[in-house]
Design a protein around this ligand. Sequence first.
Ligand code: AG3
Length: 310
Amino acid sequence: MNEEPSHSIQYTEFWSGGTGLTFGIEGLLFSKKSAYQDIQVWQTDALGRLLTLDGLVMITEYDEFVYHEMISHPALCLHPNPRQVLVVGGGDGGTVREVLRHRCIGQVDLVEIDQMVLDVAREFFPNVCSGFSDARLRIHVQDGVRFVSSAPGASYDVVIVDSTDPVGIAEGLFADPFYQDCARILRPEGVLVAQTESPLDPIYKDSVQKAKRLLSSVFPKVAIYLACIPTYAFGLWSFSLGSKQFHPVIDFDADQATARLASLSGKLKYYNSAVHAAAFALPSFVQELVGAPDPAQRNSCGAPEISEDG
Ligand code: AG3
């Protein structure tokens, strides 16, 4: 047994197979059942505040920057001139905060199904939802699948899907009709990015595979990228990017991205143009799961290839 100082309260997110991540807890700040899910806010001993939905970690103040920067900036920096952005899910506001750092963005639509998540963010996570007062933001309390199915064609430059795990209310956000609609509402240079779980997760690693397959039938360029998010199940997290025109590695203009990043409001802590290229380099077990990257991408990364048959 590992002898750690005993904390009188602990919170554990149970992963699969009796594994999990335990937080020492100072106190429970909020606990309510909304129309959609159980919502809790915890004050942890070491990682700031923690938001859980149905018992699953959504954000900690400690590492939310990694996830929110990485779900936003790769797509925004790939697009030559993003103006209108749709964020599906992400009611805590972290993704929107990152999108709004780009001064070229004229309008962001945030579609969150659960009003209580927005309220909890306002009350307990002011540094995460700091974009909520930005005049460029419109908040829609609505089901994301329905919003996207009724949105006009070619009306967004970037769509970001910041969902919970692919069960219950988020299931429709990992499915073909939703991706088809996302492609329809994106303009010809449009880029979609979705959080797609951990490739190390024995149960949810299928989500990465499925996202790659479904997006490939809708977008001409599809690539998976990774970031380490220590408080999410199994730590190594995947994002799936579908693009109509620009390949996220081959067509990525690092100088343009660096110039764009220099003009952001606020300072990033994780993403930069070197991280962009690195994030798309896939470990061999992930290549076996989702297929090897485009050969031109491999060359431009200088990454060693693994053979298609493993
Ligand atoms: N969205 C991704 C949550 C997935 C976490 N899964 C888990 N802990 N098992 C979080 C919303 C952040 N804006």
